[in-house]
Design a binder for this molecule. Structure first.
Ligand code: ARG
Length: 601
């Protein structure tokens, strides 16, 4: 209810200014202290909005809050525009003003939403969205290493944030900042040359099999074999100098990893543009020289660092961000500094973004704090631009410990997703049997895939991302509670009603409501745009999940209490509009979470 909120804010503010013109002039109160402090009502019985401003105003102009509220209400009652949309306001408690929207107004709004494919969410206009480029840096696994559950969280949360921003009309660049550079390649390339030298001479790519196992073997050689270790070090240098064979080996490793990652992205329906750390190599040296010129760089034990302001370590000394190591190598932070500069610089030299969002586990909070501070002090972040770390907690097993397989190994993502799909399939087969339903194999495959993946995504997104989250197949696949299967089922039920009533809905019919459950559903539907805007600001997709869950519950209450298909006109058509709206809101909402929906399940 953004529009009405803005409208009311202006009207209440004006009412205050008119009601207390003399007092304001006499005491010289600045206008921004006259904020009406209007917010959604805390309980439905209080109406739709609540004005709290009278209380703070009372202190400024030395009148009782109730008296002030009274004067504001008198002004509002004289305002014909206000009276068009609201019932006469009611004063409550010490001086709160409760505002209730008129039924006619709610009906106009809901009809307007029903005809709008964006369901009332304000969309940025073409031109402003171009100047509002947003980068979401998410997923970002490391080449040849495990893509673990932390990356899965980043992938799911980042995708949902990107979808919501795209829907709002921003031009979003989804960047996969893969770890494709760094000293680990020395050891990987050395190992590759030992075990599969033909890979570097034959034109056909050699399949290295399980790259994670390959990484482990390489690491083992590195740890026990001195010669291996020194070749690895030389290999890093060769790679950095652009030696042809080393680059070929590097490319081979990257492309094999990429194939494995892509399988997961395809399964999860995630679109990402790979731009790994190596992309920023050409810009690393200038990060050092420019920080040097700015006088921010300090040499400490051979390394070049920037000491942070206000961030200290255990010994109470300022923590450093190491820009260039004593061996001349660059750091993870150096790459991130080069990346910030590139991303915020206008094209053609950069991406021209105005907001950069980094989705990683909370363990990297200090890394980003440091990098952002250095970038700010170097004035690499223009005033109208924002960089934000979007942290999330750990994924735990049901025992509250780190998620592991039964035999104690780290869980492979592909296994985890396959298991979710298989379990969803078993649940479905059991349910079909119980209901005595016959369905095709295609149906079973499709439904279990959608439900299994939806369950994994939704379980992750419905938690406040900051907290750790316990991974439980049983819980996420349950048809009860705040789960994907529950929401998908609610949507299927509504889709069924909509199918049955296709020919019943009369377009020209006058819309009429008279049941309490109808008004609650209308009010709930009208909240959608507020939720989207809130998620855009706070980057908390769980707010959207909670809303969709609440909406399905309000819908169920409506459907249990109010006849729809058996109702007379104009009620039948009016209620069918609400069913349709609920269906499209759930569908769009789930879609913005990256969750596919079903017509039947
Ligand atoms: N590759 C890193 C990791 O696996 C995440 C990178 C996040 N993005 C960034 N710009 N630092 O932890």
């Amino acid at each position: 209810m953004q529009r009405i909120y803005q409208l009311l804010s202006i009207q209440v503010q004006q009412a205050i200014e008119v009601a207390f013109r003399e007092e304001i002039l006499a005491t010289n109160i600045s206008k921004n202290l006259l904020n009406p402090q209007i917010m959604p009502a805390s309980k439905p019985e209080f109406g739709d909005f609540q004005v709290n401003g009278a209380l703070s105003l009372a202190k400024l102009i030395k009148k009782s809050p109730r008296q002030i509220a009274d004067n504001i209400v008198n002004q509002l009652n004289r305002n014909s525009k206000f009276k068009e949309v609201c019932l006469p306001p009611v004063i409550a408690g010490p001086g709160f003003i409760n505002i209730t929207l008129k039924e006619e107004y709610l009906i106009t709004e809901i009809i307007h939403r029903a005809q709008d494919e964006k369901l009332g969410v304000p969309i940025l206009q073409e031109e402003s969205s171009k100047s509002n480029r947003v980068i979401v840096d998410f997923s970002s696994p490391n080449i040849a290493k495990e893509m673990h559950v932390g990356h899965l969280r980043s992938t799911i949360i980042g995708d949902s944030i990107a979808r919501i921003l795209e829907f709002r009309g921003y031009s979003v660049l989804r960047l996969n900042h893969v770890g494709d550079w760094g000293t680990q390649f020395g050891m990987l390339i050395t190992h590759l040359k030992n075990v599969a030298p033909e890979a570097l001479t034959t034109a056909n790519k050699v399949d290295l099999g399980d790259l994670v196992a390959f990484y482990r073997q390489a690491k083992q050689c590195f740890d026990i074999d001195k010669n291996f270790k020194s070749s690895s070090r030389q290999e890093v240098v060769k790679l950095q100098q652009g030696n042809e064979k080393s680059i070929k080996a590097w490319n081979l490793l990257c492309s094999q990893s990429r194939k494995e990652f892509q399988k997961i992205y395809d399964l999860l329906d995630i679109k990402l543009e790979e731009r790994g750390e190596s992309f920023y190599n050409p810009f690393l040296e200038s990060v050092v020289t420019d920080l040097e010129k700015l006088g921010l760089l300090v040499t400490d034990q051979g390394a070049q660092c920037v000491f942070l302001e206000g961030i200290t370590g255990k010994d109470n000394n300022p923590l450093p961000v190491i820009i260039k190591k004593s061996d001349g190598g660059f750091n993870y932070s150096t790459t991130d500094l080069a990346a910030i500069r590139y991303r915020l610089s206008p094209p053609p030299k950069g991406d021209g973004a105005c907001r950069v969002i980094y989705v990683t586990d909370a363990g990297q909070a200090n890394h980003f704090l440091g990098v952002f501070q250095v970038a700010k002090r170097a004035k690499w972040i223009p005033n109208n631009c924002h960089v934000e770390h979007v942290p999330f907690g750990l994924v735990q097993g049901e025992d509250g410990k780190k998620l592991k397989t039964r035999s104690g190994e780290t869980v492979r993502l592909i296994d985890l997703l396959t298991e979710a799909i298989n379990r969803a399939k078993q649940d479905l087969i059991n349910r079909l049997e119980k209901e005595g339903r016959q369905e095709s194999i295609g149906f079973v495959e499709e439904v279990s895939k959608v439900v299994g993946l939806a369950a994994v995504k939704y379980a992750d997104l419905s938690q406040n991302r900051i907290t750790n989250y316990q991974f439980s197949f049983d819980r996420m696949l349950s048809l009860q509670g705040n789960t994907a299967p529950y929401l998908l089922y609610a949507l299927v039920r509504i889709a069924g009603i909509n199918r049955k009533s296709k020919d019943l809905l009369k377009k020209q019919m006058q819309v009429r409501f008279h049941e309490k459950e109808e008004w609650s559903l209308i009010r709930e539907l009208l909240k959608f745009e507020d939720v989207i805007i809130q998620v855009e600001e706070e980057l908390l997709p769980n707010r959207l999940c909670n809303y969709l869950f609440e909406l399905s519950q309000v819908f169920n209450r409506f459907y249990d209490h109010v006849p729809v298909l058996k109702a007379e006109e104009p009620f039948q058509s009016s209620r069918l509009i609400l069913c349709q709206m609920t269906g499209s809101t759930l569908k769009l909402g789930l879609n913005l979470l990256g969750i596919a929906t079903l017509e039947r399940m």
